[in-house]
Design a protein around this ligand. Structure first.
Ligand code: CA
Ligand code: CA
Length: 319
């Protein structure tokens, strides 16, 4: 063996050794990463399962609370147990926060159609609500065309023909709204308009009454053809002395108040429940619509929407 070929062989051995070291290192790194990913996935999976189970328990608790309330009384008001603000409750490995809100304290957009026909009193009320927010009252016509069954555009409205000309083209729903976010498809309802309206409106599966015991102030004001003066006293009194029936409502309003021009009541079928769950690094917020049928059937969840899963990153944890 010549000295030359000897050093050549040593070179190959060295390079092979280095290669083996590199391969081992990279396999070890891959194994470590896989193990870390697997651990994280398991952690996330367990957190998620725990969060889901907490949410289901919370929905059941709300349903029992509301069903019992309906057995106890036929009036729904802000001094009742369900309306009380609960502090967040610590749970194993995290916390849960539940808030129940009367959905009929807001303006239900699907009230614009009653008995399959446009409802003039609700149309006027929504226009007053729009005007009070500094928005164009003519927006009601595109909304009405979106939910009414026909494809005949009303003046200032929009139907299939208008939406099909857009890019991308689509058709009017011609049925009741299913969510507030659906408004974004309707002509004139820009993101700014929708966000301005969001605190005042709701979308329920059918037309409903407004509960005068819980109605938020702008909604209450828009019920009247001209807003009654001195509603502050009424708003304060109703917290401790709920309105018992429709006649009582007129009695408790300031003297000389005009009659409300829209369907109202003193109890509620639909509740919006917000559930916040934090387990480990998982932070999840859900909104649930609970129906408590007038027939006396137990309350139950109609749908729930969960915000996209937010998993905290290291940077979030440090801030
Ligand atoms: Ca009640
Ligand atoms: Ca239509």
């Amino acid at each position: 063996m010549t000295a030359n070929s000897h050093s050549h062989q040593r070179g190959i051995v060295l390079i092979t050794a280095i290669l083996i070291v590199v391969i081992i290192a990279s396999v070890a790194a891959t194994l470590g990463l896989a193990q870390q990913v697997w651990l994280r996935q398991t952690e996330n999976f367990v957190d998620r399962a725990q969060a889901d189970s907490l949410r289901y328990s919370a929905i059941n608790w709300v349903a029992i609370l509301l069903t019992r309330d309906a057995k106890d009384n036929k009036v729904d008001h802000l001094d009742e147990l369900w309306a009380k603000q609960l502090p967040p409750l610590p749970t194993e490995g995290g916390m849960i926060a539940v808030a129940i809100r009367d959905a009929q304290s807001l303006f239900n957009l699907n009230n614009l159609i009653r008995n399959n026909a446009p409802s003039p009193t609700d149309i006027s009320m929504f226009q007053r609500l729009l005007t009070a927010q500094g928005l164009d009252p003519a927006l009601v016509y595109t909304l009405l065309d979106w939910i009414d069954q026909d494809s005949q555009a009303s003046q200032g409205g929009a139907e299939d023909v208008d939406y099909l000309a857009g890019s991308p083209p689509y058709r009017a729903a011609n049925q009741l709204l299913t969510s507030i976010d659906e408004l974004r498809l309707i002509r004139g309802f820009t993101p700014q308009v929708v966000e301005k309206l969001r605190p005042l409106i709701t979308v329920l599966p059918k037309s409903t009454t407004i509960n005068v015991n819980t109605a938020i102030e702008p909604v209450l004001l828009a019920m009247f053809p001209s807003p009654p003066a001195g509603l502050d006293g009424f708003l304060k009194n109703r917290e401790t002395q709920p309105i018992k029936d429709q006649g009582d409502f007129m009695k408790q309003l300031p003297a000389g108040s005009p009659a409300p021009q829209v369907a109202y009541g003193i109890n509620t079928e639909y509740f919006l429940v917000t559930i916040g769950v934090r387990i480990g690094r998982l932070d999840r917020r859900s909104e649930v619509l609970v129906e408590r049928p007038i027939s006396g059937q137990p309350a139950h969840a109609l749908w729930f929407r969960t915000n996209p899963v937010q998993i905290q990153t290291k940077t979030d944890e440090n801030t």
